[in-house]
Design a protein around this ligand. Structure first.
Ligand code: NAD
Ligand code: AHE
Ligand code: ZN
Length: 370
């Protein structure tokens, strides 16, 4: 059948709205009609050409919510009409990774996902002339319809609004999960969050949920301050206004260093500062940001010898089919907030405006509503 998609035709070019062909779901697959999708900085990272795994032409987008419209052979856990959130980190519940208690990184379809194809090695998308268009992060939520493996869909309650809960498909879960699943922050902790965008604000929201005493937010963009305060930031630091080095300033502000620090910028110099302002002896620094091809992190090994730990997190350590429906419940029960962070709601045909706002630092999350 035909559907409408915003296609990334090549790196660095605006997305192009076009009709595309989409094949029906094969065995173990499900077709979903998207109702809403957020625009995450990772979509911009890939579109910019900085992603070593970036492939074109592709249909980007990985922060969606929608309705199941068709089932492939053998699908048992979902039915037509179910409301779902696509998962770029699936949960097969069978692979070595799913069975290990220390990771959420299900690997059952990671290799084909990284090549922009379905697990059988083919794409469901093509141009009207029959040329293949690739999938992205196994989700491709910038199309009206998409196809995913059954293991990459979280079934959610039907009363949750798509335009809000789509953000749980990446940003909300990543930020809150980094605090709760990865760092396992204790009540009374001191924390520093670098980058107060769509992810960093959710780290802040997670820190407030976890009962942190001090939540320092660091951002070069002064406009991010008010929203971060609303979500629980206790101290704001603009590095461009700090006299001297940022690290000793933050160590002093946190009375010797933070128990936990988080990078939500993707900048490797910031990642270093985040590690080095963690407390000597026990401070943990969590890398969330995704850095461009070729970028590397560095520090003096002495920083680790003296008790700091450098860790990372993908999708906030969440096991999607299990955890995402619970996070939707938290939102519906008022335990977490999402709507104030959705600063812009756009039509599909205006999706490039969402990328412009993100690049200009003028939005937190833009959501496209289909
Ligand atoms: P965003 O653009 O909304 O936010 C980034 C923020 O960082 C902005 O407020 C910006 O002003 C700030 N910033 C940039 N450079 C800075 C610097 N040198 N010092 C201080 N602040 C700086 O982006 P986002 O959607 O919040 O994504 C943040 C990062 O997280 C991206 O790298 C994204 O790819 C990554 N990400 C990772 C995961 C994961 O699972 N690990 C999930 C989602 C996003
Ligand atoms: N393709 C990039 C890496 C991108 C990356 O790290 N993605 C995160 C999710 S970002 C969501 O906004 C992730 O899940 N990583 C684990 C994985 O298996 O991709 C590169 O550098 O090659
Ligand atoms: Zn994302």
């Amino acid at each position: 059948m035909r559907t409408r998609a915003a296609v990334a035709v090549r790196a660095g070019a605006p997305l192009e709205l076009m009709d595309v062909e989409i094949g029906g779901p094969r065995a173990g697959e499900v077709m979903v009609e998207l109702k809403a999708t957020g625009i995450c900085h990772t979509d911009e990272f890939t579109l910019s050409g900085a992603d070593p795994e970036g492939l074109f032409p592709a249909i980007l987008g990985h922060e969606g919510a929608g309705v199941v419209v068709e089932l492939g052979e053998g699908v048992t856990s979902l039915a037509a009409g179910d409301h779902v959130i696509p998962l770029y980190t699936p949960e097969c519940r069978q692979c070595e990774y799913c069975l290990h208690p220390k990771t959420n990184l299900c690997q059952s379809i990671r290799e084909t996902q990284g090549r922009g194809v379905m697990p059988d090695g083919t794409s469901r998308f093509s141009t009207l002339d029959g040329d293949p268009i690739l999938h992205y992060m196994g989700c491709s939520t910038f199309a009206r319809h998409t196809v995913l493996p059954e293991i990459a869909l979280a079934k959610i309650r039907p009363d949750a609004p798509f335009a809000s809960v789509c953000y749980i498909g990446c940003g909300v879960t990543t930020g809150i999960g980094a605090v709760i699943n990865t760092a396992k922050v204790e009540i009374g902790s001191r924390a520093v969050v670098f980058g107060l965008g769509g992810i960093g604000l959710n780290v802040i929201q997670g820190l407030r949920l976890a009962g942190a005493d001090q939540i320092v937010g660091v951002d070069l963009n002064e406009d991010k301050r008010a929203m971060a305060e609303r979500f629980g930031m206790t101290d704001f630091v603009n590095p461009s206004e700090v006299d001297g080095d940022l690290v000793p300033y933050l160590v002093n502000l946190t009375k010797g260093g933070a128990d936990y620090t988080f990078d939500a910028t993707g900048n490797v110099e910031v990642m270093r500062a985040a590690l080095e302002c963690a407390h000597k002896g026990w401070g943990e620094s969590i890398v969330i940001g995704v850095a461009p091809a070729g970028a590397e992190i560095s520090t003096r090994p002495f920083q680790l010898v003296t008790g700091r730990s450098w860790r990372g997190t993908a999708f906030g350590g969440a096991r999607g089919r299990t955890d995402v429906p619970r996070i939707v419940d938290w939102y519906m029960d008022g335990k977490i907030e999402i709507d104030p962070m959705i600063t812009h709601t756009l039509r599909h045909e205006d999706i490039n405006e969402g990328f412009d706002l993100l690049r200009a630092g003028k939005s937190i999350r833009s959501v496209v509503v289909y």
